[in-house]
Design a protein. Structure first.
Lengths: 121, 121
């Protein structure tokens, strides 16, 4: 009896919007989310948790108040809890986010860029 | 001031042994571990936690007592807490494991295949 693995490219094909994380799997109380990123996001932080970015395609930049990091495909970065950051990408980047269930994309900033949370594909 | 992303391929180049997970990053109390897998592992389970496998290169098979799943590159699977499983790979597979810090590769089975835990590269 074969079970189905979760194919990341196949799941990305189901996502049309940018900046709208979609949940593909859950491990304990953590979720794996796919998101298409292009342009600049807002400055925000997550006071309660670290947040992991793993770039699958394209390039992602994360600005901090005192520096920045650039991630290419196959690169990972953990943004520490409470550290203000601003993701951006010139061309579209496909990113796997890993963080506890319930974390909003805009952290405690809120506002117009806040995506609906906990949407599975 | 540029910070350094964690390059998964670069980290794999530092790992010579198979079945020896190496920690590359931590998010809260969860760790990201890289492991080279070839041949058959032992049956085991992790009674306290789910465990995530993301295949980066090659193919991984996970047998369960009532089925199996096959993962190719870019595919992910979460083994539920307490479910007995046996990973295997004909050719070498490069795998990213995600699980809480402190989880042993052999779960509660122990024995000769138990790798040293919490080794960073």
């Amino acid at each position: 009896m074969g079970e189905q693995a979760i194919n990341l490219r196949g799941k990305f094909d189901l996502i049309n919007e940018q900046w709208s994380p979609r949940v593909i799997a859950q491990m304990n109380d953590y979720q794996f989310k796919l998101v298409r990123i292009q342009g600049e996001f807002i400055w925000h932080d997550h006071p309660e948790t670290d947040e992991t970015f793993l770039v699958l395609e394209g390039r992602l930049r994360i600005d901090f108040e005192d520096g920045s990091v650039e991630l290419g495909a196959g690169e990972l970065y953990v943004v520490p809890k409470g550290r203000r950051h601003k993701p951006s990408a010139c061309e579209e980047a496909k990113v796997l986010l890993i963080e506890p269930r319930g974390v909003l994309n805009t952290g405690r900033e809120g506002g117009a860029r806040t995506a609906q949370n906990d949407v599975w594909i």
